[in-house]
Design a protein around this ligand. Structure first.
Ligand SMILES: [Zn+2]
Length: 99
């Protein structure tokens, strides 16, 4: 049961449109390489507000936009609210077809 408890609870409340994202992205975020990148990335506070709670390691340039998967220069910590805001912004920009 330990594995189930460690699953992000936010998945259950996400709209199905988002939950249906490509499986390949899910596998990346479960990979040992990603776990290692998260261990190594310094400055464990939100790059926007400095919070140290509920941090998510974010790709500054998103992987779908060609950002490097594991380059520390392309990674930064964001708190969950700021990560959600950035993701929503990027999604909206992509939907408009812009950059
Ligand atoms: Zn923040």
């Amino acid at each position: 049961m330990g594995r189930l408890k460690s699953m992000p609870s936010r998945l259950g409340s996400m709209p199905s449109r988002v939950a249906a994202m490509p499986k390949v992205a899910d596998r990346f975020y479960q990979s040992p390489e990603w776990a290692e990148a998260r261990r190594r990335q310094p400055d464990k506070w939100c790059a926007v507000c400095g919070s140290t709670k509920r941090l998510i390691l974010d790709h500054k340039q998103e992987r779908k936009d060609g950002g490097a998967d594991l380059d520390p220069a392309n990674l930064e910590w964001l708190c969950q609210p700021h990560h959600n805001a950035k993701t929503a912004e990027a999604r909206a920009r992509r939907a408009r077809g812009g950059r």
